[in-house]
Design a protein around this ligand. Sequence first.
Ligand SMILES: *Cc1c(COP(=O)(O)O)cnc(C)c1O
Length: 382
Amino acid sequence: MSLPPTRVSPEELSAHAGRLIVDLDALAENYRALAARAGPAEAAAVVKADAYGTGVEGAVPALSAAGCRTFFTAILAEARRVKALAPDATVYALGGLAPGCAGAFAEARVRPVLGSPPEIEEWAEFCRSHGKPLAAALHADTGMNRLGLSLEQCRALSGSGALDQFEIALVMTHPACADDLSDPATEAQRRRFDEARALLPAAPASFANSAATLRDAAFHYDLVRPGIALYGGAAVNGAQNPMRNVVTVTARIVQLRDAKAGEAVGYGAVQHLRRDSRLAILSAGYADGYVRLAGGSDARAGGSAFIDGTPAPLVGRVSMDLVAVDVTDLPEDAVAPGREVVLIGEEFTVDDVARLCGTIGYEILTRLGPRFLRQYAGGPAT
Ligand SMILES: *Cc1c(COP(=O)(O)O)cnc(C)c1O
């Protein structure tokens, strides 16, 4: 695969660890594919953590242009940024309503997702004292023990009057195990969600993250909340990932060096060369979110960078700002200081890195750091 068609000057590139290129056309296509899968339910977009590291400034306009009208963030500061980019969109903050903060949500025209009796009381009291039944979502916990009302709390609230003070625009829950096709917990959560809904005032309902959206229409209800699948990540374990790749991460070659068979590479000397080798030292490391566990050792192969589609295996530990790759098998003219190589992309995705490091693509994606120059390819503005 070649790089997306965005340009960068050598000076600009050399000032950064590399580039994080976001393909906004692929993002929009992923949104439309999920919306088509979910229809007639509405497809919202989860854009917390700066749109999973891709940058809300690029992602939100692209998603809006693709038809998205509802966005979910985690915290109010993120929600404000989204609201500035899409003033007419409905924006929720999933992280709940902290004491004394109802006025800030109202002023920002952001809907809180209320998940406990005190949060509901806070919002109800604010709406009552201002004479305005402002919209909010109710979050029911159906088996995750993270945020949300228990069934007993739903039951107690149904007679309390607090729910009459504001508009319940959405009743939602979150599945804990939807990525695992064999786990019956998702179906059990769906049944518990129906019990919770029966206890609460009638309102549009939302259950599905990316995995549940891709799995079964029974999970779609009125609105789906995909996140990772929009950004091209794998949502369902062991299934083929149907989404288009969105993120390409590059680093540049800082130095080329020749090393002899038997010599060690990097901190701890954990990997020795089996042959005389040509190494390229790349300009990104674990400080940039290229996880240390992706490195190689004598005991275990590490990840790979790609140069014109040819793998260049990592050799030795990943340093804070640098990593070595083996380019012995690449043609002489394919490697030179200043050239870019692909660290993460179509050939070696965030999920591939994650598998190697015992984590999930979400974590790799959201931790790609600010030293990468963020660029957008395609999208509504170009
Ligand atoms: C993060 C999140 C989502 C999106 O989950 P994905 O697995 O990324 O699709 C949906 N709903 C809630 C409540 C979340 O916290």
